[in-house]
Design a protein around this ligand. Sequence first.
Ligand code: HEC
Ligand code: HEC
Ligand code: HEC
Ligand code: HEC
Length: 208
Amino acid sequence: MEWNKKWFRWGFSFLIFLIVVSGALGIIHEGHAGATESMFLHRYVGVQSCEACHSSGLLGRQFQAWKSSPHSRAFLDLSSREALDIGKRLGVSDPKTSQRCLSCHVTAPNAALPEAVSTFRMKDGVQCESCHGPGEDYTHYSVMIDPKKAREAGLVIHPDKKTCLTCHNPSSPTYKGFDEKTAMSQIAHPLPPAMSEKFGSSLTGGAP
Ligand code: HEC
Ligand code: HEC
Ligand code: HEC
Ligand code: HEC
């Protein structure tokens, strides 16, 4: 137990060190230039911004869980034989450029508009921010570790069934129903117990 904690503390400090260095190099966040002209409250930054921290074992490798889920392939799958067949049936000649498909298969279907920063990539499909909210203002370390600040900056800590149903609904040409319990367990990517041990209920704001 003691040993575990020591490792956790050491590893965590190292993680923070990496974050500070990459932050200084401008890798994590591209800055606020132009944000004031944006009609959007917060903009999408793209999954690689989250990857910088959330691929770490200390945080629970949420990036890897997402990468191996169908959500990471949602855009690429629009080029499949099956997608072309579905498109043909609905009079859509190129699913990967049609809003009728992109609306559910990518995080920001209008990425050309100022709703996303330049690091955002459509090809990454349904990304973290589809469920957790656009990350421009909460991906900084000092905000991220403070659940209250993070919520105020747009982070949705506990997405629920309502979030899923914005895409998992009968408007999907392949819809066969949505079972919340099964679907949630198929994409589960919790923080490790060590995190909740360290931060206690401050981590979840007391919610279950
Ligand atoms: C600078 C590093 C860093 C970046 C970048 C980052 N996170 Fe985090 N995130 C953390 C840390 C550390 C925690 C641990 C929670 C805490 O300390 O309260 C966390 C916690 C979270 C939580 C749970 C919050 C809670 O209070 O339970 C969510 C959800 C989350 N991050 C989503 C994201 C998403 C989505 C992105 C990308 C848009 C992202 N994070 C980018 C470091 C980061
Ligand atoms: C309302 C949201 C929505 C729209 C619009 C939508 N999809 Fe999907 N798509 C989904 C969801 C959710 C799934 C996962 C399976 C399901 O529940 O339908 C999916 C799955 C798929 C799959 C994989 C099927 C499988 O067997 O898993 C293909 C291919 C696909 N969609 C193509 C398309 C094409 C082509 C269009 C445009 C003509 C389109 N989708 C429009 C939400 C949508
Ligand atoms: C399809 C929706 C969806 C996507 C995509 C998604 N998440 Fe989540 N995330 C959830 C749900 C649902 C939960 C569970 C919320 C709860 O505990 O009530 C969750 C939980 C988390 C937690 C733990 C929160 C806690 O306090 O226990 C973190 C951290 C997190 N997500 C980060 C990420 C990151 C980083 C990505 C992208 C690499 C991502 N998520 C992609 C829906 C999503
Ligand atoms: C922005 C739209 C969007 C949201 C929000 C979303 N999904 Fe999905 N989901 C999709 C698409 C599109 C696919 C199909 C991807 C593919 O196979 O190409 C999919 C596939 C899945 C699959 C694979 C099984 C299947 O039905 O094909 C599961 C499980 C899943 N989603 C769970 C969830 C859960 C749980 C939530 C809510 C926490 C959620 N999704 C929110 C768009 C979404």
